[in-house]
Design a protein around this ligand. Structure first.
Ligand code: ZN
Length: 156
């Protein structure tokens, strides 16, 4: 497959998740709730998590919000990838995603769908769109149960 075809395929996947997200809404129950905002583009994300009883595994991830195709599809892809993962695995995946945005890593076969976001690394202004949902997830996982959600921004 040529590089251009591969790029088109990635764009298709991103647009498909933007137009037909699978993970929009709120988890039931809500164990974590975190808002994220990307001022440079105007993207907002409201992320909710359902954890197992011990709080060690992510059972469900849902998001609401408004934003560009990259921000919204990144959230949808992330939610798919996070279901069933342990908190430790999730934190590793967040790190890996951030490294991928610097062109330093990619995801293994079983998570390769996340690699469609690799192309975004070529457009520095859009990287914050792609990472917003991951920043927000990190904040959600670090939040103690039933704490009032704070607004996180990835502008720092
Ligand atoms: Zn954006």
């Amino acid at each position: 497959m040529s590089l251009d075809n591969l790029r088109n395929l990635y764009q298709q996947v991103i647009l498909e998740h933007y137009k037909k997200p699978r993970n929009r809404g709120k988890t039931s129950p809500v164990h974590r709730h975190q808002r994220g905002h990307n001022p440079s583009c105007g993207d907002t994300i409201d992320l909710t998590l359902q954890l197992d009883e011990a709080g060690n595994h992510i059972q469900d991830v849902k998001f609401e919000g408004e934003g560009c195709a990259i921000a919204m599809s990144s959230a949808d892809l992330m939610a798919d990838a996070m279901r069933g993962k342990s908190v430790k695995e999730a934190l590793e995946m967040i790190q890996r995603f951030q490294a991928m945005m610097k062109g330093e890593a990619e995801f293994p076969k079983e998570l390769r769908k996340l690699n469609v976001m690799q192309g975004v690394a070529q457009f520095p202004v859009r990287i914050k769109c792609a990472t917003l949902t991951w920043h927000t997830l990190k904040a959600a996982l670090e939040l103690a149960h039933s704490e009032t959600p704070e607004y996180v921004s990835n502008e720092s």
